[in-house]
Design a protein around this ligand. Structure first.
Ligand SMILES: [Zn+2]
Length: 128
């Protein structure tokens, strides 16, 4: 095996373990969200405490936001694993340049180089 192949193998292992972590976190969040749903059904029968209800909604909203972020990360990791398999790992999907290895070490599932990521983030903020 070449050094490059060894590196990719290691990266793939890392990505797969990240993926397993993300899946576990999503499962735990789902459990929490489900518990919340059950608790609020019980609370409805037990009347009053409108303040508690809005707190509960805020908390549930927060959990769902985190869950959304995790689901995005999971999709990015899966995508990165596909890129390893297709030999495109480490290539920026916007400009086609090699993503610097320092960035990939910090963020192995990065899709873009730093420059493109900044441009995309800016666009996203402007369109919101
Ligand atoms: Zn780029």
């Amino acid at each position: 095996m070449t050094t490059r192949e060894n590196e990719l193998k290691a990266i793939e292992q890392q990505l797969k373990s990240d993926l397993a972590d993300a899946e576990k976190e999503i499962e735990q969040l789902d459990d929490q969200v489900r518990d919340f749903g059950e608790t609020s059904e019980l609370a409805e029968g037990a009347d009053n405490h409108p303040g508690d209800d809005s707190d509960r909604l805020t908390e549930q909203q927060r959990l769902l936001t985190i869950r959304g972020q995790l689901a995005e990360r999971k999709a990015d990791i899966e995508h990165a694993i596909e890129k390893v398999a297709s030999g495109e790992f480490g290539v920026c999907e916007r400009c086609g340049n090699q993503i610097p290895s320092g960035r990939l070490e910090a963020l192995p599932f990065a899709r873009y180089c730093v420059d493109c990521q900044e441009i995309l983030d800016r666009d996203r903020v402007e369109t919101v």
